[in-house]
Design a protein. Sequence first.
Length: 493
Amino acid sequence: MTDKNRWIALYVLCVGMLMIVLDATVVNVALPSIQSDLGFSQSSLAWVVNAYLIAFGGLLLLAGRLGDLVSRRGMFLAGLGVFTVASVLCGVAQSQGVLVAARFVQGVGGAMTSAVILGMIVTMFPEPRQQAKAIGVFAFVASAGGAVGLLVGGVLTQAISWHWIFFVNVPIGILTAVLTVRLIAPDKGIGFGEGADLPGAVLITGSLMVGVYTIVEPATEYGWDAGRTLALGGLSLALLVAFVVREATARRPLVPLRIFRSRNVAGANLIQVLSVAGMFGMFFLGALYLQHILDYDALETGLAFLPVTILMGTLSVRYTDRLVMRFGAKTLVLGGLTLFMAGLALFTRAPVDGDYVSHVLPVIVLLGTGAGLCFPALMTLAMSGATPSDAGLASGLINTTAQVGGALGLAVLATLSASRSNNLIEDGESTAAALTSGYHLAFGIGAALIVVAIAVAVIVLEPERQSKKESEMAPGLRGLAGEPNKQEDENAA
C-alpha cells in the first residue's frame, strides 16, 4: 500500500468510526420527538439508548479478539453491514419494540466495526511518528464525535424528522464499505489454533453485558443500594473473576493476560474509564443545563458544543503527534487531564442566570483543549504494549473501557444530579436553582474523577523510553517506538 493510499484508508476507517460514535449521541436530542411519535413512557424511553449501550459495551472486547483470530478487515466490513441494516430498521420503526430491538442490533454492528479500527491503524502505520499522527486523527473522531452528534441530531430532527438520524447512516455505511474493499487489502488472522476459547468469550461478554445493564437500568431506576442492583452487580463481578481465572489457565486464551504486564497499557485503560466518565457526564448534563436553564433549543445546543470539535480536531490532527514525539505521551496525558479537570471545576460555577460567553465557552475551551491533548496520547499508550497479533484485542480493550466508563459516568452523575435537584425542590427551592445545583454536583464529581485519573497517570504511567526497555525484556510487549516481538508472533501464528 502506497503512503497516499494508507492515509486515504485511514480517513475511510475514521468515517466508519464517526458513524458509530455519532449514533451514541445523535439520538439524545431526538428523544422527545421519538417519545411523542411512538408513545414511550419516560422510563421506557431510556431503552432507546440503553439497548445500544448494552450490546456495544458488551461485545467490543470479543469483537476485537475475533478480528485478531479471523480478519480485522472482515470484521470491520461485517460490522458495517450489520450496522447499516439495523439503521434502516430503526428508521422505519413504527413501534417501541421494533425500535429497541433494532437499536440492540445497531450496538452489535457498532461493536464489530469500531473494535478493530485502532488495531488496523497501528498495523498500517508502524513508524512511530506517522502512527502518532494517525492515532491523533482517530482519537479526534472517537472523542469529538459526541459533540458532532448533538449538532447533527438537532439539525436533522428539526429540519426533517427523527427517522433521518438513522437513515443518514445508510449511504455513509455503503460508501465506507465500498472504499474499504478497494483501499484495504484482505488480511488473515492468526487463526483459532487450539480453539477460540468459547468459555472465555461467554464469560467476558456476559460480565460486560450484565455490568452495563446494571449501570443503565436497575442502578438508575432503583438506586445503587437496591437488592436488584447489588445482585446483578455481584453477578457481573463473579463472571469477571471467572473470566480472569479462565484466561490464566487456558492454553489459547481469548485475552492473553500478558497484555496487562505493560503498566502503560493497564494505566491508560484505567485513565480512559475515569476521564470518559467525566466527559460523557459533561456532554449530557451540560446539554441539559443549556436547554433547561438557558432555554436553548436542540440546534442551539449542538452549536454551543461545536468549539469542542474544532479544538479537538485542530490539536489531534495537526499538533498532538508532534507534541507526543517531543514531550512524550505521559506528559500530554497529564497536561490534558489538568485542563479537563479545570474545565469541569469551572462549570460548577455556572449560575442560573448565566450566559454562554461568560460561563459556558471558557469551559468548552478548556475541555476541548484538554481532550485534544489527552486522548490521542492515551490511545498511543494503550496500544504501546500490544504485539501485532494482539492489536485487535488492545483496540477492543481501549474502546471497551471508554464505553463502560461512559455508561458508568453517565448513570452515576445523572442519578446523583437528579437526587440533589429533587431534594432541593422538596425543600422549596425553585426548579431552575435546584436543577443547577444538581448539575454543579455532577460536574464537581466529574472533576474529582479526573483528579483520580491524574493520580493514576503520575503513579502508573512510565516514560516511553523506560516502557520500551521493559518491553524488550518481557515477552509479548513492545514500547511506544519499539519493534514487535517477532518470535512470539511467529509462535502465535
